[in-house]
Design a protein around this ligand. Structure first.
Ligand code: ADP
Ligand code: AMP
Length: 213
């Protein structure tokens, strides 16, 4: 299965992608996670990306296109892939088509998770992360012990770009640069929209129903 999980920041792409990757046994490729891992490791790429990420801006297309080209060439993508957070611009989508043509792996579905802005702000503001990759919400998906990761016992933290100013900027950037991809993939006939406002398990069940068809 070759899938793009699409939607605004906070729609639940990462949350659903983790569940879907386990269910369908395909790799979850999150460009945000790749950039944050580079940042933690102090790579040149991570340091260059940080200034954009902290402000809620997009990292330049050529950087992201290089990351995705290398990642999709890895052997685990033979069985398919679940892209989360890529593409975010028309040039990124055009580049993805070219990369997938080269490796003869057509994109099958772009799954658009639809959530209204007021709910996105609440979701992003309450998101808490663990360096092991787990993600929580203080109200909608809380850990068993306040501030402690259920998976590894690590201390949870709030992403710098989940603070008020960066949230507003990210939603604006989404509307201006990413939302046009809805039309782009609609025209290609591969866009499917799901209502992302139910709870995590309801949305997951709806997505699986849709993909199983
Ligand atoms: P994205 O990857 O699209 O930016 P996340 O998957 O990180 O979004 O979800 C954003 C926040 O919203 C997280 O704190 C997550 O726990 C929470 N969340 C995800 N899906 C739902 C849902 N269906 N209902 C309520 N909260 C959710
Ligand atoms: P995310 O984890 O998907 O919310 O992404 C966090 C941040 O990483 C974004 O706000 C951007 O700064 C950067 N980023 C992630 N994916 C991309 C992308 N495809 N294009 C440009 N910037 C990206």
């Amino acid at each position: 299965m070759n899938i793009v999980l699409f939607g605004p920041p906070g729609a639940g792409k990462g949350t659903q992608a983790k569940k879907l990757a386990g269910h369908y046994k395909i790799p979850h490729i999150s460009t945000g996670d790749i950039l944050r891992a580079n940042l933690r490791e102090g790579t040149e790429l991570g340091l260059a990306a940080k200034e954009y990420m902290d402000k809620g801006e997009l990292v330049p297309d050529e950087v992201l296109i290089g990351i995705i080209k290398n990642r999709l060439a890895e052997p685990d993508c033979q069985v398919g892939f679940l892209l989360d957070g890529y593409p975010r611009t028309i040039p990124q989508a055009d580049a993805l088509s070219g990369i997938l043509d080269e490796i003869s792996k057509p994109l099958e579905v772009v799954l658009n998770i639809d959530v209204p802005d007021n709910e996105l702000v609440i979701r992003l503001g309450g998101r808490r992360m663990c360096s092991c990759g787990a993600s929580y919400h203080i109200k909608f998906n809380p850990p068993e012990m306040d501030g402690i990761c259920d998976t590894c016992g690590g201390t949870l933290y709030q992403r710098d770009d989940d603070k008020d100013d960066a949230i507003r900027q990210r939603l604006k950037v989404y509307q201006e640069q990413t939302q046009p991809l809805i039309d782009y993939y609609n025209r290609m006939g591969i866009l499917v929209t799901v209502d992302g406002t139910g709870d995590i398990d309801e949305v997951f069940a709806d997505i699986c129903d849709m993909l199983d068809k």
